[in-house]
Write a new protein. Structure first.
Length: 125
């Protein structure tokens, strides 16, 4: 996996996944949150859901385009799934292991913070 930063879209796998949003939309996000598309896609999908929920996250261009106009129904359907999926990835996952091996805990802090902001937004609604 090529990574150039610790953000949710700062690696090749997440970038590839986000390019699928335009054609697949909500289904692509929901599928990613199951882990079927890989750990990077889980984090990217959760970032999109967090952004829609009003917990702003830096998105890539495809993500920014997709979140424009998303309805509250979509938010409700994916919010809890996103929190659960990110909890799994930051707990035990291949992506977590790769970042642990790097010796840099920035990814873990940022991803956990994103999850916590989303969870707070869900609880506030």
């Amino acid at each position: 996996m090529g990574a150039w930063g610790t953000g949710p879209f700062d690696d090749d796998d997440a970038g590839d996944w986000s390019s699928e949003l335009e054609d697949g939309g909500t289904e692509v996000v929901a599928t990613a949150l199951t882990g079927a598309a890989g750990d990077s896609a889980v984090v990217a999908a959760a970032a999109i859901v967090a952004h829609v929920w009003g917990a702003p996250v830096d998105l890539d261009e495809d993500g920014e385009e997709w979140v424009t106009g998303q309805s509250r129904e979509i938010r409700r359907a994916l919010g809890k799934s996103a929190v659960a999926a990110v909890t799994t990835v930051v707990g035990e996952s291949e992506l977590r292991e790769l970042w642990d091996e790097s010796g840099d805990d920035t990814w873990l802090r940022e991803t956990t913070k994103m999850r916590d902001r989303l969870q707070a937004a869900l609880q506030a609604s």
